[in-house]
Design a protein around this ligand. Sequence first.
Ligand code: NAD
Length: 509
Amino acid sequence: MKAVQPIKIKNYINGAWVSDSSGNVEPLINPSNGAVIGEVPMGGERESQAAVAAAAEAYQSWSKLALPKRMDFIFKMHQAMVDNRESLAESIAIDQAKHITEARGEVQRVIEILQMACTIPALIQGETIGNLATNINGRVVKAPLGVFCGVAPFNFPALVFGWFIPFAIGTGNTFVYKPSTDSPLFMQKMMQLIHDTGLPAGVINIVHGNRKIVESWYDDENVAGVCLVGSTPTAKAIAAGCGRNGKRTMLLGGAKNFLVAMEDAPMDLLVDNILISGYGSAGQRCLASSNIIAVPEIHDELVERLAKASKDIVVGDAMDPDVFMGPVISAKAKEKIENYIQQGIDEGATLVLDGRNPSIPSSIKDGFYVGPTIFSDVTPSMTIAKEEIFGPVISILKAGCINGALKMVNSHEMGNGACIFTQNNFYTEKFINDASVGMIGVNVGVCAPHPYLPFGGIKDSLIGNDKVQGKDGIDFFTQNKTATIRVVDPELSNPAAPKDKSVRSCVAG
Ligand code: NAD
């Protein structure tokens, strides 16, 4: 049998793959079986500085490259993803252990984001206005800023690449990207595909390591801004670090999402969507509906049907087509989730289904598995209802009516997403108007907006106001410059100043 080569994750700087000079490495682990499959460099500060310098140098010519030529690379990236979609999906299923069917979905979503990014020439157009005064015109130009840096969480290695990089470089900036050290494999493959398109050196650079890399960006004068998708404490730390030098930030933080089930909710649709939303990516999703609020009319039936359907969920290796849910990312994450389950019991919630020690195929000897878990009789003050568990744990709360449900949604400090299941127009409109979250779903379990629209929460789920995707994604990576232009007739070598001296114009006077 052919031996499997260990994977060596490398930095990509100035158009070349480079090893880490620090020599510090961490094992790269497949969470489906606990096997060490390679290593990830963990130094990277020196490499990070080299990457920023390369990006700053590349910016000089990249920002001036004709727009159609720049867009050519976005088209080629799109085509490369289409041609390699299965191997890219496998890379996500191996180190992040997202189930292969969901990994394919993530790759497909990034392909759609790249389609959106191909519309940049239409969306980057500024404004002009003529005749503001005699021979005076005004113009707004959307200009790039320089080098942007980005930081990714472990749970969406492809999506976050799509949210940041095509928009940043399509608008004329250059980029330094730090993937999560738990899931660097997608970017290693994707970067090779991008390299093969002939993208000029330094336009995209990849560095691996821990927070020290990010912290080295705060005082680097070549860095125009930093984007993050990650937990709220990380978002706040980056906001503070970037704030001291006035750098731009786009910071998507953590989440705790509610799904409200009204008395007229279509029950089959509701149960199916809770399974996908609650157990997809083993609950490690910023749009997981982990808090379900049911009104009394359907509460008991929902608990019973959800428990029955959850018992049938097959847990196992992320590459196994018969499996619905893979493992969680690490032994540490598994322990944290199990501690939350114990806390739920200790605080008085009813454990309807216990996912600790789930049944998995006997061929699997190791790995980080937590099965579907359901609590009922949960109240908003319980830890499991308040904190982001980031595992396949569903809490069911009770509210008497739409107002009670909205009160629970709105009193939570996070505001990423919330969904309602109903056929009633009044409930729908009230929910859209009154729920204080950034993304709303109506009869959909995961309310992830399409790439043509902005994606992001509010309250503690978004630090600042800048969101990814859609026009917002383009605005973040551009700055508006307003020009006031007097057109001088070349036939008149010395044009006269305006005759009326009684009012001195404040414009172009
Ligand atoms: P994390 O915050 O621990 O790490 C994210 C990235 O930030 C990693 O690359 C990490 O190396 C880096 N980092 C960690 N601490 C840092 C610090 N103090 N300063 C600078 N960089 C630091 O998040 P995670 O565990 O990898 O991912 C899960 C979190 O991401 C969850 O909270 C989830 O809700 C959130 N998330 C949010 C969205 C969204 O759209 N809002 C999407 C996906 C994930």
